[in-house]
Structure formats: C-alpha cells, structure tokens
Write a protein that binds this ligand. Structure first.
Ligand code: G3P
Ligand code: MG
Length: 241
C-alpha cells in the first residue's frame, strides 16, 4: 500500500525499496497529473500532508513539484526524498521483477485525462508481463484508460460492494474489484466471484482480518504492514497465505 505503507514516506522510491527489501513483489501506488501533464505519485489532492509544498498538486508544474521534499514529514532519515514520477516507478518495478497496481487518483475534472495518460504511459514503457493493474474509484478514469489501452487490466475501487458498483465494474470490463476490507462480507466476495471478477481488499493491517479474508478466498490484500505480513514465508496469518 503506497509502496510500504507507513514504514517509509508513502509513494516515494524509498517506500518501494523498503517493500522490496521486505520481500514484497507487488506494489500499490497512487498516481496523478501535474499541471504540465507529468504523471507522478501522490495520494492527496493537496501537497501539505506529505511534502514541503502547499496548495493543490494539480496546480503545480512538475519542475516545481520536483523540488519538494516528500520525506521529511515522515522521518529525519528520509529528509530530501523527492516525489516520484510514474516513469521512474515503472522502470524500478521492471528492473526488480515486481508487479504493480496503479491507482488513478484523478484530481477533480481530470479523470479522463488521467486515465488516458496513465494507460498510454504504461503501454509505452512496460515491456514485461503481466501488465500493471489499473484501479480507480473513478469510473470516468477507468473508462478513459480502457478506451486508450483496452489490453490493460482494470479494477474498480469501492468502499462498499453494492450492486451498482459491481455492475459498473462489469460494464468497464474489469478483472477485479478492490474493496474496503472492514465492510466486506463473505456473501459479497462470493457474489463478485460468481460474476467472474477477482476480489482485492484494502487496507488490511491485522492478521485476524487477513486470515478471515483468505478463508473467503480473496485473491489479494493490500497492506501497510510489510513488517508483519511476510510474503516469502511458507505460511503466515495462522497458516493461511
Ligand atoms: O488502492 C487501494 C487503496 O489505496 C485505496 O485507498 O485512499 O489508500 O488510496 P487510498
Ligand atoms: Mg491508493
């Protein structure tokens, strides 16, 4: 989740390096557009929480964003850690042999532009298989990504697994739904599976919750606790993986 959750500054290269060192081989990240059309990683619409900047990120051109410190807010060890461009992360993941889930974080009004730009960038730069999974809460962003590059797998994010959300995911040709773990029920997992889609869950930081979801046969969990869940272990979460 955001590279390595809370253990390094989220969505920076330091976070992905940390996750890799913990034996993780698939990452979730949040991607958005700068004012001048560069794709970079940032969770929030605004800069204040995780960078030395202020204001709305989508109002800033990349040269200004590139000068920001995206590490000091987390810890002194990471002072000076810069924001990360999507291109850099695509290169890092391919070099390291890691899979990637790119969440499209479209700033308001930028949904279609963001979906198109991410899809075009992935097709241009990703040379291995499997393709990165593109996910979003935004139907418009996913529809634009599908129009740009229909071959890229898509997943609809939703806080609740409603019939409307499942119908939208099917309409978008999604391969999965990414659902908020706390609200999810076993019956909902079965319904999504019966519709032919995989189920991924966010954000799972407790072993008991992970074990319950694995019992329900979800295909993936997204976690901050890369220090607790060891993907290289023969067994975790009470013997279930
Ligand atoms: O992609 C799963 C999860 O990251 C969605 O929520 O707010 O952490 O981006 P958020
Ligand atoms: Mg996210």
């Amino acid at each position: 989740h955001r590279g390595a959750g809370l253990l390094a500054p989220e969505n920076t290269l330091a976070a992905f390096r940390h996750g890799l060192a913990q034996a993780y081989r698939m990452f979730e990240c949040d991607v958005r557009l700068s004012k001048d059309g560069q794709l970079f990683l940032l969770h929030d619409d605004r800069l204040e929480r995780t960078t030395s900047g202020t204001g709305v990120a989508a109002d800033c051109p990349w040269p200004a964003l590139a000068r920001l410190d995206a590490g000091s807010w987390h810890s002194a060890t990471h002072t000076g850690e810069p924001l990360l461009q999507l291109d850099e992360l695509l290169a890092f993941c391919q070099q390291a042999g890691c899979a990637l889930n790119i969440e499209l974080k479209a700033s308001p009004g930028q949904e279609e532009r963001t979906g198109r730009a991410v899809a075009a960038s992935v097709v241009r730069q990703w040379t291995t298989q499997p393709w990165p999974l593109l996910s979003s809460f935004s139907v418009a962003a996913l529809a634009a990504a599908a129009a740009q590059a229909p071959q890229l797998p898509r997943a609809l994010l939703a806080e609740r697994c409603s019939a409307t959300a499942l119908a939208a995911a099917l309409e978008l040709g999604c391969v999965a739904m990414v659902l908020e773990a706390g609200a999810l029920t076993e019956a909902e997992v079965a319904t999504v599976h019966a519709a032919g889609l995989a189920v991924l869950c966010y954000t799972v930081n407790e072993c008991e919750v992970a074990a319950r979801l694995l019992d329900w046969a979800v295909e993936g969990i997204i976690t901050d606790r890369v220090d607790v869940f060891d993907p290289a272990a023969a067994a975790c979460c009470g013997g279930r993986r």
